[in-house]
Ligand binder design. Structure first.
Ligand SMILES: NC(=O)c1ccc[n+]([C@@H]2O[C@H](COP(=O)([O-])OP(=O)(O)OC[C@H]3O[C@@H](n4cnc5c(N)ncnc54)[C@H](O)[C@@H]3O)[C@@H](O)[C@H]2O)c1
Length: 455
């Protein structure tokens, strides 16, 4: 099939690469000239495991092209997949300017029957706006090409995006046009099976399904974070509680890990956009999601609060190592990353920070600047923590788990560790002589029985 992907960011590149690898002829369009030049020079501008191999293979086979040429791109595809950003605007709703611009570009140039697919995460009702935009552009030039609008929300997880694309849990397709549904069934056929089905529905339900999924996951995280703080106060161990409830099949183990808040390009903006849509289009207040948002904002300061308390209220001129800057492991994405709040919180109080991340160093320099007073970028985890007054773990990269806790203790100026993701065992930390501050776990666990060590 001839496919045009509009927007070559995380979603556009993964989708384009996945579809090209299955034998489709894909053109990826972007307005960012530098990004397109890099892609054409064989460099993939984001860190996503195996994405570059996939792109290079299809590039060599002539199945994927990158361009800024809108005419060429729109004329190429029978299927036009919109995967541009939908950032929050100042009141928290999704900014649809990029999506509607992409729709207009299609309407202005399409020359035959076309399926316009929205893969970007968009509020319920956006499909109608996309349809009206394409229709208006066609009418303006007196053209009468048939087209269908489809919502095909993306559920990929950064860091696992290729696997998620090739073996999706499900593919959601929302359209009111049977011929477009049939075309998409064909497009996704190589990736689905009876266990990984296509779920067909109307357009509005598909748009809502994406927000429902992210809001549910964010809710689980905020629920656990709230309970973790309670566990801290009551002297219970949230990790034991997590396992106790996660083994209940009605609850399941996923997204129950407490931590220092969720971030990323999706959860914060999607929760906020759904709250806004409900208020604006239905006059409803989404009580649960309001709380989810507030809890998450508070949770991003939980590490700095613990640090300040531990050091008696004054951390001026103390030096902290930050391990992990991306919003989660296996990505260099720092959008809304909790590490940004932690670093700002420490710098504001006059502390010094040595930051390290296995892949997000360039992104960190871009976001935080290279001449921030008190902020150093380290070239390894151990050089960040060398002689620091405490280590603060914000993102749970596997390489951090591999460092022996005795080495961590020996490397620090004072053996104090704040663990924002509960990756270490309190018992091992105590045995290594480390003052250890996890989230929602009593430090007295050092003397608890063996199970505490195993969780
Ligand atoms: N990143 C994720 O993990 C993820 C997962 C699921 C859904 N989504 C959703 O997918 C959408 C895209 O997210 P992303 O993370 O890929 O965004 P991104 O910011 O990484 O990429 C968007 C790209 O679109 C380009 N663009 C903007 N306007 C354009 C236009 N008119 N024509 C061509 N290109 C244009 C930008 O230059 C940019 O390269 C968002 O709605 C997001 O919520 C993202």
């Amino acid at each position: 099939m001839k496919v045009t992907v509009v927007g070559s960011g995380y979603v556009g590149l993964v989708t384009g690469a996945g579809l090209a690898d299955a034998g489709n002829e894909v053109v990826c369009l972007d307005v960012d000239k530098q990004k397109v030049a890099e892609l054409n020079a064989g460099r993939v501008p984001i860190h996503e495991p195996t994405l570059d191999t996939l792109i290079k293979r299809s590039f060599r086979r002539g199945l994927i092209k990158f361009t800024t040429d809108v005419d060429m791109a729109v004329q190429h595809g029978d299927v036009q997949l919109i995967a541009v950003g939908t950032p929050p605007d100042e009141n928290g709703s999704a900014d649809l300017a990029y999506v509607l611009k992409a729709a207009e570009n299609i309407g202005v140039r399409m020359q035959r029957r076309t399926v316009v697919i929205t893969k970007s995460t968009v509020p319920v009702g956006t499909g109608d706006k996309v349809r009206a935009t394409v229709q208006a552009a066609l009418e303006k030039r007196g053209a009468k090409h048939e087209f269908a609008v489809v919502s095909n929300p993306e559920f990929l997880r950064e860091g696992d995006a290729i696997r998620d694309f090739k073996q999706p849990d499900r593919v959601v397709i929302g359209t009111n046009e049977p011929w477009a549904m049939a075309l998409l069934e064909k497009l996704y056929e190589p990736f689905v099976s009876s266990e990984r089905p296509i779920i067909e529905m109307d357009l509005r339900s598909a748009e809502l399904a994406k927000y429902a999924a992210n809001s549910m996951l964010a809710t689980r995280i905020s629920f656990m974070n709230e309970l973790a703080n309670l566990a801290d106060d009551l002297g219970a161990d949230i990790e034991a509680v997590r396992i106790a409830i996660g083994t209940d099949p009605r609850i399941g183990p996923q997204f129950l890990r407490p931590g220092c808040g969720y971030g990323g390009s999706c959860f914060p903006k999607d929760v906020s956009a759904l709250i806004h849509t409900a208020r604006k289009d239905a006059g409803r207040t989404l009580e649960i999601l309001g709380a989810v948002e507030r809890i998450n904002e508070k949770q991003k300061s939980v590490l700095v609060d613990k640090i300040v308390r531990h050091f008696g209220g004054d951390i001026m001129a103390l030096r902290f190592a930050i391990w992990g800057l991306s919003f989660k492991p296996e990505t260099d994405d720092m959008r809304q990353a909790p590490a940004l709040s932690v670093i700002e919180g420490l710098l504001e109080r006059g502390a010094m920070v040595a930051a390290f991340d296995p892949v997000a160093m360039a992104e960190a320099r871009r976001r935080l600047g290279t001449d921030r007073a008190g902020l150093d970028y380290a070239d390894s985890a151990m050089s960040a923590s060398a002689d620091a007054d405490a280590l603060v773990l914000v993102t749970e990269w596997s390489e951090f788990r591999l460092v022996p806790v005795t080495d961590i203790a020996a490397n620090l100026c004072r053996p104090v560790v704040f663990d924002g993701r509960n990756i270490w065992s309190p018992k091992e930390m105590a045995e290594a002589g480390v003052e250890y501050f996890p989230i929602g776990r009593p430090r007295t666990l050092a003397s608890a029985p063996g199970w505490a060590h195993r969780v």
